[in-house]
Design a binder for this molecule. Structure first.
Ligand SMILES: *Cc1c(COP(=O)(O)O)cnc(C)c1O
Length: 499
């Protein structure tokens, strides 16, 4: 069946598809031998791609040659077993197969009626995962709430904020917009996506209140939250949303959800839990207490596209009131009207997000959940937490290093110790990180806590095994020893030649 301008004929697609699957299989089989971080200079990739678009069709084989020559060297390999940066972005081959099904079907899932399977598979999966994570029946469709797959935790936070604005104004916000009295409560460690959501929602930076941590910790202080809310209410301001984070991006700090929710609810503020990275650990009963108090909150987000083996994008957002997002976001032009929507019996996920169109993301998540089984997903999480615990023990036992904070699940934050004081330790930590990254043997990222430089080791890439963590530790020890020796040599030189 050929259209006016023919697409691949199905037999040709089969042949080329096999070739492409072979390419991906070879890439994954060999990714461990590539330098983790792309070393190309800015502009190199652009300089290598022909600026002129082709007037005539080119064979796909030519394009693959360009992928090998330009794209692979220009890529930082997130699926590399020695990728320890940011948080992992596991793109299991299993999820890739599900993603292929999704694109193969080529569905637009904006309305139930534009493809019932796209909507209902998502509902079934999110209801099931709510149970598996221990979120409680109030977050399922049967319980009056429900979940959705967003493109990102950032979008989920924005959607939650819009629902909160709607609720707190009894809907008036839809007519009038913000009035400048809205306030949103986070900590200094909260992900920047909350600040961005506040900006996008038009609340202005003044709406963002940074709540102090409890003494000696990086987690939100319920007392400070209480004080901030009380002071704002007394000043005629309106607390809209409180965002406790379970597993902050910098250090994995865990805000007290129950206490924050107790305080927020007194003032009618929406509680959105950002557990983008750590939330999936609650699949394991031993980590369930991470989510203590979650039954009190209004929305909860965790990313399947970080630690849960599902290729970007698949951020899971649950709300306890299934009407909250549609109330804030639904706008129905005539061309989207249909009998199923009018019947009120279906979910139209376009009303749960900012954009109209949506991919059939449930297929890749479904493929992952069913192929691994919950036991496989738990084993994956447990493996990385155990590797991180063993790695943290080595840091503790070596006087040349120190833990910046106690490890959080599979995230270990450390510093190099030089004996030369804080500034020297910070400089040495930075040098060690930069040298390891430049070597291509592993990729690490950093944060700054209380003004101090911190090396983050986020374990959890799909291919990471004990040998890779051992190799990272050996390289850290070796590189730190070099840096300390250089410092000692420079000190000796300075003593010899007093200026
Ligand atoms: C990664 C992360 C986010 C942002 O996730 P996206 O899905 O990329 O928007 C938000 N919050 C926390 C705690 C994160 O770790």
């Amino acid at each position: 069946m050929l259209g006016c301008v023919p697409d691949l004929d199905p037999e040709e697609f089969r042949r080329l598809g096999h070739q492409l699957v072979d390419w991906v299989a070879d890439y994954r089989a060999g990714v461990a031998d590539l330098p983790v971080r792309s070393e190309v200079a800015p502009g190199w990739v652009r300089s290598q791609l022909p600026a002129e678009l082709p007037e005539e069709p080119r064979p796909l084989g030519d394009l693959l040659a360009e992928v090998d020559r330009v794209v692979v060297p220009g890529t930082t390999h997130w699926q590399h077993p020695s990728f320890f940066g940011y948080f992992p972005a596991n793109a299991s081959l299993t999820s890739l197969l599900g993603d292929m099904l999704s694109t193969g079907l080529g569905v637009q899932g904006m309305l139930w009626s534009t493809s019932p399977a796209c909507t209902e598979m998502e509902q079934v999966l999110l209801d099931g995962l709510a149970g598996a994570l221990g979120l409680g029946p109030e977050f399922t469709f049967a319980g009056g709430g429900g979940g959705s797959i967003q493109d990102s935790a950032s979008s989920g936070a924005l959607a939650a904020l819009l629902a909160a604005l709607h609720r707190s104004s009894d809907g008036a916000w839809r007519q009038t917009g913000a009035d400048g009295r809205e306030r949103v409560y986070v900590t200094a460690e909260t992900h920047s996506s909350l600040a961005k959501a506040v900006r996008v929602a038009g609340l202005g930076a003044r709406a963002l209140r940074i709540v102090d941590p409890s003494p000696g910790s990086l987690a939100m202080s319920p007392a400070a939250l209480e004080a901030a809310l009380a002071a704002d209410v007394a000043a005629g301001l309106r607390p809209i949303l409180v965002c406790p984070t379970v597993g902050t991006t910098g250090t994995g700090a865990i805000d007290p959800v129950r206490a924050a929710a107790d305080v927020a609810r007194e003032h009618g503020a929406w509680v959105h839990v950002d557990a983008a990275w750590a939330g999936v650990a609650a699949l394991c009963p031993e980590f369930r207490d991470l989510l203590d108090g979650v039954e009190l909150v209004d929305s909860f987000c965790t990313n399947a596209h970080k630690w849960l083996l599902t290729a970007f994008d698949a951020s899971l957002l649950w709300v306890r009131d299934a009407t909250a997002l549609p109330a804030a976001l639904s706008i129905t032009p005539e061309y989207l009207r249909n009998a199923a929507t009018d019947s009120g019996e279906v979910v139209d996920y376009r009303d749960w997000q900012v954009s109209l169109g949506r991919r059939f993301r449930a297929l890749k998540l479904w493929t992952v959940v069913h192929s691994y089984g919950l036991s496989g997903l738990r084993a994956h999480v447990r493996e990385h937490v155990a590797l991180a615990a063993a790695f943290a023990d080595r840091v503790r036992e070596d006087p040349g290093f120190t833990l910046a904070v106690e490890p959080s699940l599979a995230l270990v934050c450390l510093r190099v110790v030089t004996g030369g004081g804080d500034a020297a330790d910070d400089a040495a930590s930075r040098t060690v990180l930069e040298r390891i990254n430049a070597s291509g043997a592993a990729l690490l990222t950093h944060t700054v806590v209380d003004g101090r430089y911190v090396i983050r080791v986020a374990i959890g890439s799909i291919a990471t095994a004990k040998e890779h963590v051992d190799a990272l530790w050996a390289r850290l020890v070796e590189t730190a020893a070099q840096v300390r020796a250089e410092i000692a040599a420079a000190d000796a030189l300075r003593r010899e030649e007093p200026s």
